[in-house]
Write a protein that binds this ligand. Sequence first.
Ligand code: SAM
Length: 1022
Amino acid sequence: MKAKKLIEVAMPIKEISAESQRDKSIRRGHISTLHLWWARRPLPACRAVIFSSLVPDPLDENCPKAFKDAVNELLMHLPQYKPYKDIPYTAAFDPMEDNQRHRLMMFIGKFSDKCQHNMLHGITTPPAEQIDDSSLVKWENKDNKEIIDRAQKLIWVAYNSEKRPEKEFEQLSIEFEDAKRKIEECEEILYSIPNRHQDSITVKEAKDALKAAISSFQSNMPMVFDPFAGGGAIPLEAARLGCRSYGNDINPVAHIIEKGSVEYPQKYGKKAILERNEFDSIYGELGWSILAEGALSLDQKYVTIDNLLAFDVEYCAKRIIQDVEFETRTLYDIQDGKRPSVYYWMRFCQCDNCRKQIPLFRQLYLSKPRSNKNQQRIKHFEYHVVNGELVISLENGDTKMSANVNRGNVSCPYCGGITDIESLKKQFNNKKITEAPIAYIYDNPDGKVFKQVDYREFSGLSELAKVEEESIPHEKLSPNSAGGDVLGWGFLRWGQLFNPRQLRVLLCFAEHIHNSLPSVPGDDEYRKSIKTYLAILLDRLAVRMTSLGKWHYLQDTVEHLYGRQAIQMNYDYPELDPFSTISSSAIGQLDSIINYILEESRSPFYSTVNNCSSGDKSLFAENEVYATITDPPYYDAIAYADISDFFYVWLKRAIGADYPIVFSTPQTPKVEECTALKHHHNNSEVEARKHFEDKLTQIFDAIEVQTSDIVSIMFAHQSTEAWTTLCNSILKARMNITGSWPFDTEVSVALKADKGYLESSVTVSCRPSERIGYGDYKEVKSAISRKVRDEVESLYSLGFRGADLLTACFGQAVSEFGKYKFVEKADGSEVQVSDLLEMARLSAFNALVQGVQGDDFTRFYIGWLQMNGMGETDFDDATKFTRVGMPVDVSEIFSRRLLIREGKKQHLATASEHLGNSTSLGTHIDDSLIDQVHRAMLAYEKGDRHILLTLLHNVGADDQSSPFWRLVASLRELLPDGKDLKSIEGLLGNSDNLRQESREVDQHQPEQMTLDFGNDFNSDFK
Ligand SMILES: C[S@@+](CC[C@H](N)C(=O)[O-])C[C@H]1O[C@@H](n2cnc3c(N)ncnc32)[C@H](O)[C@@H]1O
């Protein structure tokens, strides 16, 4: 029997979540900065999930000895991987045992010493300092040879000791070192050959030798496959860990992004040495200028280019930018010898009442930088009717004036009449809307300069900006049933999203990329890779050069079209001059591409990516893949194919001929996409959902056949419905869930609201499983409750609490259920996945309350808090929970005000809701513990020192190990931010003093004093 993988047993979820949240803010060289793709998984989560899916749990009795030895040798003696002395995210003192499993977890992710200290003292740590420098998941370690080699060696030993159990660790370790060294030697030889672009026998032999060395190394590493590869995060991390990495996505745009992110940099981003003359004849003056900028080494005879791919992309892109700039030079205004970087356009409609042309201001600020509150620096528009004419002016400072468009209804500055949204839409549809610039923005070295422009003087874009009808992208937009779209506003074809000048420039770029093979040496495949980046550059520009783009007035930047996963209607827009110096310009976009190539070129391992609908059983042989690790779409959350058509039409024009099969369809394939978008399914929601569930099952079914070991699925949602769909598809595909973990990731920052919010996702591991006939409901139920109880116990000791604990238990519950083909209730009906999840929830609740010390009401309160937090739940939940192994009656729970009922909903009572008007509840030793703690919280909050000390004295809370203080510690871990948590933190922070003084309290002293705790915890409550 094989050992369980680490992911089936334990994961450092808090640490992975912390680094995953940080990942969203990393810009330079990050995969997300190469090309927009929606719902990317954070790299730390991908790296952790891949690694822990490939290594066994060293404490498993079936774990190969060689792997245990590897952990001993590689991790046990290193102090940086020593488990926590006290788990920092729990309130209790809970040292982590120093064993091999915990060492492996600490290797994946560990909080830094500073962060541990801060967490224990309630202090926040800056994101970059939270995770220890030696953790595998830390962003900075993606190229850290020591750490990545250690991870690769652990995977190597795990994989090979499973295949060849007779091998000792030492032997496997030597084989690993040899194979790795061979690659390095071959790389050194190949990349040091002068003029290696010229075909010669030496070059060919060196190339073949490197290929053989890589293949020999990788034949001893597991094959990892991602059938929903999207932007490529999972294949990227699998290749980084040395695995044979494969990815597939149905979407051609995703495929091109994957080529540029997980294949070309690793394949071609290497050193090259050229003779000076050769360099000069290929690259000429422009080449020398790039070389000078990049501080590349230059000696007498040879020129060394550190990263040939990055260099060639920069060279070719700059040539194209120069050419396009020259061809379109007459389209842009030059004012006082300067070109504006941004033209700020306003659209005008006709007032339904007075028929005058009126502007469409949804908000009035042009610039209001977060960092500069100086009123001179703040710019806003005003609009007034002066002598019967509308004047738009640009003013300094804040404004009290209101914009004239509200929810699409426009008020007229001339007559005050309202043109409603329907009429406005009609005008857009009938092409009655006009537009003109109202400001120019210049990008000066000392900051942006904003200049008012009189819209009345605008006489239309020059004739030169006219575009040949046949070259305009006339492909149609699809409705986006996933959310807001612009079809209703008359934007029906992709070409309509651009003004004529934007179209001219973008078409000119596309034409140049299409027509000219890059004038650099290399084989066809290499030159195609360069064209691919040029097309990515075109996409990056196109998405910033539409007439529906946004100006971010808080940070003075041009934002791309897809701030959300849909195109939103916009009336004013910034038109970027792509040849200016502003950061969004062509050179700025090129920088992002170059930075990505430079960041991801160091590894010799690239991924193989494919472009078709997944679920094809012939893609791999049976059991050929060792681990499938993936992140499927979720119902209609994102309409990938529909929204990516924006890019498809540009990519097709630029590089369609280079990828004839990928771009063979008029637009991206829609029918086979695994989503639930009703407009693709006869406008029927039922059909759409069925399609999604069937497709997911079909793809999992193929995976089950092709995968020999483990399948790990990252799912971006944690709702009960998402769980049910996921479990159903997994079980229908003859697999069983063996582990489940929640991760938090920071997602989209709303442009206007300027806020980020946390999204929680779940990762489940599964394995192909044999079903053992029929299960009896009663037996399965008690097996689940046993399993969940054991799981709660072991995860609790690892610091898992609340909803995290519950998610981790779900996997165990499903694994018990999934053993059977069919589980039958007493009435003969089949148990459904939704029944099962309910069962798991109740078992977890039961296990949780068993572990809580104190009376039944206290246990109920803590159990409920763990399960549901302070949020609202359905009314019948309370009845269900009180039935689970607790002798409390639901009516008592309500009459004691532990749960507060509001209509058909209920929520857990806060301290003040619970105690209500009572002044005595919780003051007596016989009262429920939760009553006592709530009373203490209220006394603390009000600053009633005497009452508090007397209370502690009376209820026997003058000892640290008393149930009272343990309950306070549990509440500290479970309560969400708010008043109650502040009180609990205040009590805990002062607990030593309080205990000391409560022992000395004179109960006969009647005076009430103000609390003086020597800190400001209770100041918020005054
Ligand atoms: C959640 S995204 C994956 C994101 C990816 N993990 C990343 O980090 O960028 C899901 C992907 O599944 C792809 N997809 C949808 N239906 C598919 C199908 N039938 N076959 C293959 N890929 C599909 C979508 O195009 C999308 O890129």
